[in-house]
Design a binder for this molecule. Structure first.
Ligand SMILES: C[S@@+](CC[C@H](N)C(=O)[O-])C[C@H]1O[C@@H](n2cnc3c(N)ncnc32)[C@H](O)[C@@H]1O
Length: 280
């Protein structure tokens, strides 16, 4: 591993902490909202429950949790990014839908977060970035009440496909994939979650949920272009692409979007996995 990459591994998060990334996450939260709502319904998330959202970012899952648990419940977000977390809590508290709080912490280095155990300990699109997801799952389980739930939703990226092929799109996806892989991310992470649950001592999941959207070109490419823009500074720093190369990729994609060609686009699969902790 080169010195530059070692620095990226130690200090950095591939998607960065910009206002544009927060806005991307909020928009993405609208896309993934229905499938997260479905998982909360499957678990039976109710008014009065207490929830922990690991890697809460700008709070889209916290907002959804608050709708389920209501003013008698409580939603705690945890993230190492205090700017996003505090902003989220400020915005959500003003809605009056539930009680919201935020803990600034790095999941990797935190064993105890204090306070009461939670009815639901949840992470969406967060464990994928962890170097030791089994260790994080073990912590999630220890922060869950007996009778409560541990649940994770994350992406299995290898399902992505586009027909007919478009060179600029293939290049965009290559840049995303290679950059994420250089940061240690496993493109088939979510598919392995049931095994990780067992390895963490949680046990085989009680339930799983898979959502695999297939759409036209526009929403698929808008999602991946936004993702690519967030990780582009890292991709360029790592020599995976150049500004000039990506300029022509984005230009070719814009051209394709107005060409009138019909495309069929298969997205990453969003996989949800959950387990109830025994009462004793
Ligand atoms: C892709 S965002 C997902 C945000 C949110 N869960 C959602 O679904 O919209 C990943 C979040 O995980 C956080 N994160 C990544 N690694 C973390 C770590 N080791 N400790 C705490 N937060 C972490 C990032 O700061 C970021 O806010």
């Amino acid at each position: 591993m080169g010195q530059q990459q070692a620095r990226l591994w130690r200090d950095d998060y591939v998607l960065g902490y910009t206002a544009a990334e927060y806005e991307r996450l909020r928009r993405q939260g609208q896309t993934f909202g229905p499938v997260t709502r479905r998982l909360f319904q499957a678990i039976g998330l109710k008014p009065g429950w207490t929830c922990l959202d690991l890697g809460c970012g700008p709070g889209e899952t916290m907002r959804l949790m608050g709708e389920f648990v209501g003013p008698s419940g409580e939603v705690t977000g945890l993230d190492r990014d205090a700017t996003a977390g505090r902003e989220a809590v400020g915005r959500l508290q003003a809605t009056g839908t539930s009680q919201y709080r935020f803990i600034e912490a790095n999941i990797e280095g935190t064993d105890a977060i204090g306070g009461e155990l939670f009815d639901l300990t949840f992470a969406r699109l967060a464990l994928l970035f962890s170097r030791d997801p089994v260790a994080v799952l073990r912590k999630m389980y220890s922060w869950t009440k007996p009778g409560g739930y541990v649940a994770v939703q994350d992406l299995h990226v290898s399902t992505i496909n586009l027909y007919p092929k478009l060179e600029a799109c293939s290049e965009l996806l290559r840049v995303i994939r290679e950059t994420c892989e250089r940061f240690g991310q496993d493109m088939e992470f979510a598919f392995k979650l049931p095994v990780y649950f067992v390895e963490a001592g949680i046990g085989a999941p009680d339930g799983t949920d898979v959502n695999l959207p297939m759409t036209s070109f526009e929403p698929f490419i808008a999602h991946h272009q936004a993702l690519c823009r967030s990780l582009l500074p890292k991709a360029i720093a790592l020599g995976i692409t150049t500004e000039a190369r990506m300029h022509s990729v984005f230009r070719d994609i814009e051209q394709a979007a107005v060409d009138g060609q019909q495309y069929s686009a298969l997205w990453p699969a969003m996989i949800g996995v959950w387990k109830r902790k025994p009462m004793r």
